[in-house]
Design a protein around this ligand. Structure first.
Ligand SMILES: [Fe+2]
Ligand SMILES: [Fe+2]
Length: 198
């Protein structure tokens, strides 16, 4: 899979004009991958998919999570959020208690990452020869449940970022600050050995 997304001189981004528009483009790519994951989640039990088919489909999502999605998370956590967080702390009407929307998004990132790690582990277990049919059924159910959690959390997360957080960023951050975010995103891309798939 990773051979498809190796970086070369033709697809290296040297300028990003609009940071949040670029992030929204990445969301569109994430949503396409979530559709694929939804399909896997629905067929894993219904069609009692063999381990090789599950692994093949899961690897597509996992490779995306380790490349483009990783880069997108870095864009948010290391470029956008540090500039946005101080503004949100002064935003009286936003946030619940001491938790700001940025902290909520960071929690989603962690939960999604943790669920991906669990599915990776379950995939390995499922591939072991000594796994009985009964255990295989339990593992497949657990995988499907974690996939459902990823799909739901990510779809909600993207909606909140597109419709709330990025809107706040565009109104609260200055042109210079937004440009700083774009510049950092370009640096992250130059440091990665893969490209962003959008
Ligand atoms: Fe996010
Ligand atoms: Fe995002």
């Amino acid at each position: 899979m990773k051979s498809d997304i190796q970086k070369n001189s033709h697809n290296l981004k040297t300028k990003i004009i609009d940071a949040t528009a670029e992030m929204k483009k990445c969301h569109q790519e994430v949503l396409k991958h979530l559709d694929g994951l939804q399909n896997l989640k629905e067929t894993i039990i219904k069609k009692n998919l063999p381990v090789s088919a599950i692994k093949n489909e899961w690897d597509k999502f996992n490779d995306f999570a380790n490349t483009s999605l990783l880069l997108h998370t870095r864009d948010e956590e290391q470029a956008l959020f540090p500039l946005l967080e101080p503004k949100l702390c002064n935003h009286a009407c936003i946030g619940t208690g001491s938790i700001t929307p940025v902290e909520m998004m960071m929690t989603d990132h962690k939960n999604i990452h943790a669920a991906i790690e669990v599915i990776n582990y379950l995939t390995k277990l499922l591939g072991k020869k000594e796994v009985s049919n009964e255990l295989s059924f339990v593992l497949k159910n657990e995988m499907a449940a974690r996939m459902a959690m990823i799909i739901k959390t990510m779809r909600n997360h993207i909606w909140k970022e597109d419709n709330v957080l990025y809107q706040i960023a565009r109104s609260e951050l200055s042109f210079e600050e937004l440009d700083k975010v774009s510049q950092k995103m370009v640096v992250f891309r130059s440091q990665s050995d893969f490209i962003c798939l959008h």
